[in-house]
Design a protein. Sequence first.
Length: 202
Amino acid sequence: MTLPTTVFLVRHAEVHNPQDILYGRLPRYRLSARGLRQARLTGLFLKGRSLDAIYTSPLLRARQTARIVADATKTRSVHQARGLIEVLTSFQGSPNSILKPGFSFYEPPRDPADESMQQVFDRMFAFLRLVTRRHQGGQVALISHADPITITRVGLQGLDLTAASLHSVVYAERSSVTQIRFLPDAMPQLSYFDPASLLAGR
């Protein structure tokens, strides 16, 4: 009998970003003081789960979130995984003021090297398949980023991988948890939790 496997897709917590830019894959973007508090709340939320392992995007903000979650859950097995990294976009380094209604990183593509939503989903789904095989019947946490997590939700819900679909589903807030239960011979079951919303001003 194949047992269900549960994956917790965790978005990293708030980042110290005094220049208010789209930091993308830029290095050395750490968690803010508020982000540290958010990550601790998410760690407490996951504390009752027996995690087999934690996998994290290699970017600093994700690794810091992963370490806080690992400490709270007493999870010793923590690994970096490039499949969980932020979206590759030529908008990286631009001011956040460009994020106006109707803006899209994907439609139309700005640069041939930019990742498409399909490419993001493919790498995220490939990593999900890897960990569900490796930890069949167990529970794992994956620390990633807002668009990769939300694009994964779009794809798993069977929606078209378009900007419109991206804005039609629950968007992963900072330090949120998107739970996916992979069941034998059934569609994945998705749930969403936002432990950091307990902080004032969320």
